[in-house]
Design a protein around this ligand. Sequence first.
Ligand SMILES: Cc1ncc(C[n+]2csc(CCOP(=O)(O)OP(=O)(O)O)c2C)c(N)n1
Ligand SMILES: [Mg+2]
Length: 694
Amino acid sequence: MENAKLQRIANNIRILSAAMPEQAKSGHPGGPMGGADFMAILYAEFLRFDPTEMGWVNRDRFYLDAGHLSSMLYSTLSTLGAYSMDELKNFRQWGSPTPGHPEFEIHRGIENTSGPLGQGHVMGLGAAMAERFLRARFGGWMEHKTVAYISDGGVEEEVSQGVGRLAGHLGMANFIMFYDSNDVQLSHMTKDTMSEDTAKKYESWGWRVETVSGHDFDAMRGALKRAWAEKSKPTLIIGKTIMGKGAVKADGTPYEGSPKLHGNPLSKSEASFEETIRHLGGTPENPFQLFTDVVEAMAVVKSEKVAAAKVLKDSQAEWAKQNPELSAKFKRFFSGELPALDFASIEQKPNEATRAASKNVLAYLADNLDNMIVASADLADSDYTEGFLKKTKIFTKDDFSGAFLQAGVAELTMAGILTGMALHGGVIPAGGTFFAFSDFQKPAARLAALQGAHVIYIWTHDAFRVGEDGPTHQPIEQETQIRLLEKMANLEGHRSFLVLRPGDGAETTSAWKLALESKVPAALILTRQPVTDLPTKGARYSEAIAGSSKGAYVLTDATDAQGKPVKADLIFVANGSEVSLLVEGAQKLVQKGLKVRVVSAISEGLFRDQSAEYRESVLPYGAPILGWTAGLPAALQGLVGPLGKVYGMSRFGASAPFKVLDQKFGYTADNVVLEAEKFLAEYKTNVKKIAALG
Ligand SMILES: Cc1ncc(C[n+]2csc(CCOP(=O)(O)OP(=O)(O)O)c2C)c(N)n1
Ligand SMILES: [Mg+2]
C-alpha cells in the first residue's frame, strides 16, 4: 500500500484512539497515537487472517502486551469492521465490548486479555510454541506468525527475561516482537530506570534485532519483511516512537512525548483535543468516523486477506484429501475433544505418593494423548512430569517433534507460555513445579482463569511433609489462595478454576480425568510422600471417579453393627493426604463406639456445582463436621458448615523429617481422636446455646 494511504489509516487510528478516552473521560491516548503507524502497516500489509472468520486456526496471531493501548487495538480492528463506531464510543462502559483493557474475544480479533504488563508477550510466545508443535506434526502448510506488541513496561517486567531467553534459545523464528520504545512510561521517563542496551540484551539471547523509527513506513516495512523471512531466530523490532504523536496544543504547536499523555484524555493534558483531531484530518465535533478513503483502502485490504486465506484454505483442503487421517487428527486437536482415554486401565501401585500416581497417568497420556504438551520449571524428576518426558523429547531449536518444554527455573514464564498455548488452540498444555512456587505463577493463573484458558498445573510437594527442606518449601496458605479462584465466576459465568487435591492413587487418576475434561484451568495438588490407599468396596477407581466428579463424596459411612447406614455422630472431611489420616482416626473412634462418616473432598468448587440435595446428603447443614487440612484452616472452612470446625496449620512449617513434623503438628491418628472428642464436646455446647436462643 502507498505510504500516503497508510498515513491516513494511522491518523484515523490516532483520532479514534484519542476520542475514546476523551469520551470515557479516562484511558490512554498517548501510547496508541505513538503505535498507530505500526498498527496500520502490520494489519494492512502483513498479518494474515480472514476478516470473515477471525477465529480461523491458521491466522497469524497478534498478542498485545501493553493492554492499556486497548483503544489502539479496537480502533485498528474497527477499520476492518470488527467494532462499530458506537462500540468505540462506549469505550470502558458497562457491558460494552470495548473494556479498558482488552479481554479475549477471538471473533473480533482479540487474541488475549492483557493489562498486567509482561503477560501479553509471554502468552504470545506460548502461542508461537504451539504453532511449532503443530507444524512439526502437520507440515509447513499451516505455518503462521505470532506478533507481540510490547512497551517499556513489558520490557521492564521480569517475565521478559524468561521470554527473551526461551524464544532465543529455541530459535522461535515465527515469533516477532515490536517494541514500542517511546522512552516514556506512566509516571516518569525510562531514563530514570533503564540504562541497559536493550538491543544487545536480546541479541545475546539469540534474537535478531533491528531498530527503526516507528513512524517511518519504509523502515518498518523493511524490518517486517525481514522478520517474516527469518528462518532461525525470533525478531525484535525496536520501534522508536513518540508518545502522543500528532498531538498539538490550542495554538497548533506540537505537544508530544510527555508522560502526561500516557494516561489522561488529551484535554486533561496541555494538548488540545479539538486542535489535535483537526490537525490529524478529523472532525472535532464528530471524531468517531472512518475516513472515506480509509474505508475504501481497507475494503481492498479485506478482500485481499479473504482471497489469500482462501488460497490457504484450498491448499488445506487438498492436503486433507491426500492425508485423511492426519486431517481428522488436525480437526480433533482443534475441536477441544479428547480422544478415547481408558483411565481405568492405568495401573496404580498401592500406597504411593500422589505425585507418583500422577507420573503413571502422565506416562499413559504420553502414549495416548497426542496433542498434550508438558513443561516443567527444572523439577521434572521431582514433580514427576518425567513420567511424560521419558516417553518423548524436549523442544529444541529446529525440532518441535517432541512434546516437552524444559522451561528452566522460570515458573511465571512457564505459566504464561502454557496459557498462550491454550489460547492458540490445538494443544493441551500442562506444567509442573513445587506447590510452594505456585506463588510465582499466580499472575498467570489468574489471567488463565479470566480467559477460560484450559491449562493444567501440576503442583507437587503439597504440604509441610516436604520435611527437611523447611518452611520456604512447605506450602501452608497456597491452597486457600488458589481455591479463591474456584469461588469466582469467569466472564461467561462459569466457575473460573478447578483445584483438585486427590487423596490416593485412584483419586489421582480421577483428578487427571477431571482436569483434562475441564473447560477452565485446573490444578492438581500432589504429595511428595506416600499416602495410604483409601478404603474401597471393591472397585476403587470407579468409586473414586464417581465420587470425585462431584467434588466431595462419602468415602466411608456411619453404620450400625450390621453395616446399615445410620446417622453419623461425627463427620470428617478432608482432601489429599489428610483423608487417609482421618480414615485411620475414624477407625479408632468407631472402636470407641462412635458412628463416623468420612468425606473425601477433592474440590470444593466442584462440590458447590452440585445440587443442594446432593450437598446436603454428603455434608448436612449444622452437622458435627470436623475438617482436617495440612494447610490453613480456611482451606476447608467452606465445607464444615455453621457448627463445624477445621483443624489446620496457622504457622509456617519447619525443617525436620516429615514424620517428626506429623508428631509435632498433631497429624497423627491419636491426635485426630483427641481433637474429635474435644470438638464433639464443643459442638454439643454450641447446639445447646442455639437451642437456648429459641
Ligand atoms: C504488572 C503491571 N504493573 C503496573 C501496571 C500499571 N501501568 C500501566 S501502563 C504502565 C507503564 C507504562 O509505560 P509503557 O509500558 O512504556 O507504556 P506507555 O506509557 O509508553 O504507553 C504502568 C506502570 C500494569 N498495567 N501492569
Ligand atoms: Mg513507553
